[in-house]
Write a protein that binds this ligand. Structure first.
Ligand code: SAM
Length: 206
């Protein structure tokens, strides 16, 4: 049985174990940015794709009080997310769904905010992170396989005035996402966090 650990994440007490990715402190920035953007957007729920133990979405939910749907393919991640929902002062409702990002959302569902944290390490480099579960970090040949699926899900389910914050690994990956946008979305802003990761804000094209 995997040993459970608890870490502080922006004031939340987040439980995790070896079966899921350990919370990375810098990603509080993804929750804060989403919450900041949501202050200027209409009422409506938030979707978190690739939620893992659920900490990024939960922190955004604590800041905003909005209802939250979390999606992750891993049974262990969803188990941890459920425990973290129960252990923290969440104001809105939280619906943890186990499934693939492109299968877990009904066609008619719309979200004002979408957070996405797909695996983004190129397959050939996953051995550089032996402590991380491969399924949590392996983003395919260029690291963007699931990120691009998330962009399609965002395009299908983002409300007309909504905003999404997508995490990738590098400025080059962020640029590749921008170049490969075939949909009704546009990159509004990119924020870089040293060599830890990059956040990309996507809105609908005006
Ligand atoms: C980079 S981790 C992020 C987890 C969490 N947000 C965090 O910061 O620790 C990516 C997550 O995506 C999940 N995942 C991988 N492929 C998926 C898919 N096709 N659909 C849904 N979730 C998937 C993994 O189980 C993992 O929890």
């Amino acid at each position: 049985m995997a040993a459970h650990r608890v870490t502080d994440f922006g004031g939340l007490q987040i439980e995790y174990d070896d079966r899921v990715l350990a919370p990375r402190q810098w990603t509080t920035a993804q929750a804060r940015w989403m919450a900041d953007v949501l202050r200027r957007l209409p009422d409506g729920p938030v979707l978190e794709l690739c939620s893992g133990a659920g900490h990024i979405g939960l922190l955004a939910g604590v800041y905003t009080g909005r209802d939250l749907v979390m999606v992750d393919a891993s049974e262990a991640a969803c188990e941890m997310a459920e425990r973290n929902v129960a252990a923290n002062p969440v104001k809105g409702s939280v619906d943890v769904r186990r499934g693939r990002v492109d299968e877990a959302i009904a066609p008619e569902e719309r979200f004002v905010g979408i957070i996405a944290d797909p695996p983004w390490v190129p397959s050939a480099r996953t051995s550089t992170f032996p402590e991380d579960p491969v399924t949590a970090i392996d983003g395919g040949e260029d690291g963007l396989a699931l990120a691009l699926v998330c962009v399609d899900v965002i395009d299908r389910h983002l409300a007309p005035d909504g905003a999404a914050i997508l995490q990738v690994g590098t400025v080059e990956q962020a640029e590749a996402v921008r170049e490969r946008l075939r949909t009704g979305l546009r990159v509004v802003e990119t924020r870089t966090f040293g060599d830890r990761g990059v956040l990309v804000r996507l809105d609908r094209r005006g």
